[in-house]
Design a protein around this ligand. Structure first.
Ligand code: NAP
Length: 478
């Protein structure tokens, strides 16, 4: 049995006690792997107050110093790659190979932030473009907002925290971080690395505890200037309604569609779709969920996809050979089991999978689904994908876009006119051609339209959302 990590809250540069303990479990074995105290209201207030005091220090810190701290953090994560990956695999149930890939992306996100910290700048404004501006000189600069409240989900305990913390610090802000209660240990490791890298006390504060209390105390705190949230649309909506006058970025869910044109390489597409649907047990906001293929390639594609789905190795995420581990908890596995049963009762067919053992749900392919079924209309957030035949490309585009979400969509085709038709017709924050919607490079603008959210992440874009533009106008002397 691995040692239990007894962690604390990080407030004002010190690891401190709080309220009753929160247990963190290995999501496959169920054993306790860590404990932390839940934050009380006074701990949240203390964390925000510390961040507010440190805001002046960070805002004054030269860009090259901020950059060095972020680079050093990236180097420390790299040194501890295996420890980070094992913690992610244990607390999130993510297969070790994908946990390692997440750590590598986290290193990248901090490295990109270190670079972007050096080039955050404004612009001159030609005020004399209007008669009233004659004799004036204008420019704008970006000022850090101050205290950023960062609330993250369970599915990427390192990289989705990195996408909030790294740009916030790169832009000269301070942070109060509330990670998901299911996966706070990776955040503890990250905060240790930031402190060792030389970040001043109070610039990063870590609090844990239920979103419905701790999260809401944080979001509504008057000294918080910006809320950056990644999680479910329901919680995003709640945050939007209670935050008050603050900047808010919301990275929410999706029902990611994939469109397969007849000219696509079906062997390749089937393999990529299987990885995109089942990686992290489908608990990825851009996981492959709805696969539309034109009728003439529907059968050959489906056959290949079912085969690729069956080839996935299911089991303990800490086993190197495993592709698909457990879902985050039994309740979530039971939820998706219920959705699949409901779809079957409505006429859907299970081509493979449809099986559950505790928190583990097997990679599942559904056919003959209807647009109104939950497995199509709502975010499955589980290793379940549906194959749907379409009349033609136009029909596929129409069905793919008929959703209240709009994060990323994908199209497999070599036809340039189809590619541009798709770009025009798909109302998604990202359109991926010849790969699945799961593609993300950590410096690209990333975020949703419609119910998938507000704002963009991708380091530079997040930094823009975490700064205020300040305009300077100088009347030139005669
Ligand atoms: P969640 O239940 O919305 O929780 C996300 C975070 O919000 C957790 O830290 C949670 O705390 C906290 N929270 C819950 N209620 C809150 C409230 N009333 N006020 C403030 N904070 C609150 O989401 P999840 O289950 O962890 O993650 C799954 C969802 O995230 C999916 O919908 C997925 O699509 C989305 N997601 C989106 C992206 C993206 O980039 N667009 C990326 C990954 C995931 P507790 O842990 O204590 O509940």
């Amino acid at each position: 049995m691995a040692a239990v990590l007894e962690a604390k809250l990080l407030i004002d540069g010190r690891w401190v006690d709080g309220g009753p303990p929160v247990e963190v479990r290995n999501k496959y074995s169920g054993e306790v792997i860590g404990t932390l105290p839940a934050a009380r209201r006074e701990d949240v207030d203390a964390a925000v107050a510390a961040a507010a005091r440190a805001a002046a220090v960070m805002a004054e810190m030269p860009a090259h110093r901020r950059s060095e701290i972020l680079s050093r953090t990236a180097a420390l994560i790299r040194e501890r790659r295996d420890e980070f990956a094992r913690t992610i695999a244990a607390e999130a149930g993510k297969a070790l190979k994908y946990a390692r890939a997440e750590v590598d992306r986290g290193i990248m996100t901090f490295t990109i932030a270190a670079e972007e910290a050096r080039r955050l700048h404004g612009e001159t404004v030609p005020l004399d473009a209007v008669p009233a501006g004659e004799g004036y000189f204008g420019f704008w600069i970006r000022r850090p907002v101050g205290v950023v409240a960062a609330i993250s989900p369970f599915n990427f305990p390192l990289n989705l925290v990195a996408h909030k913390v790294a740009p916030a610090l790169a832009a000269g802000n301070t942070v109060v971080l509330k990670p998901a209660t299911a996966t706070p240990l990776t955040a503890v490791n990250l905060c240790r690395a930031l402190a060792e890298a030389g970040l001043p006390g109070g610039a990063i504060n870590l609090i844990v505890g239920p979103g419905s209390t701790v999260g809401e105390w944080l979001v509504t705190h008057p000294q918080v200037a910006k809320v950056t949230f990644t999680g479910s649309p329901a919680v995003g909506e709640r945050i939007m309604s209670i935050a008050g006058i603050k900047k808010v970025t919301l990275e929410l869910g999706n029902t990611s569609p994939v469109i397969i044109a007849p000219d696509a390489d079906l062997d390749f597409v089937a393999k990529r779709c299987a990885v995109g649907a089942y990686y992290n047990s489908g608990q990825v906001c851009i996981s492959v969920q709805r696969i539309y293929s034109e009728r003439k390639v529907y059968e050959p594609f489906t056959e290949r996809f079912v085969q690729a789905s069956r080839a996935m190795v299911v089991g303990d995420p800490l086993d190197e050979r495993v592709d698909v581990g457990p879902m985050i908890d039994v309740r979530e596995a039971e939820r998706i089991e219920g959705w699949v049963q409901e779809a079957m009762a409505g006429g859907a067919r299970v081509l493979t999978g449809g099986k559950r053992d505790g928190a583990v749900y097997w990679p599942t392919v559904l056919s003959e689904v209807k647009p109104e079924m939950k497995v199509v209309a709502q975010e499955t957030f589980a290793p379940v994908a549906s194959v749907i035949a379409t009349d033609d490309f136009e029909d596929a585009l129409r069905q793919a876009d008929a959703t209240e979400y709009g994060l990323q969509a994908a199209v497999f085709t070599r036809d340039i006119s189809r590619i541009f038709q798709a770009v025009r017709r798909l109302n998604f924050g990202g359109v991926i051609i010849n790969d699945t919607p799961v593609f993300r490079a950590d410096h690209m603008p990333y975020g949703g339209m419609r119910r998938s959210g507000i704002g963009r992440e991708g380091v530079r874009y997040a930094m823009e959302e975490m700064t205020n533009i300040q305009m300077v106008v100088i009347r030139l002397a005669d």
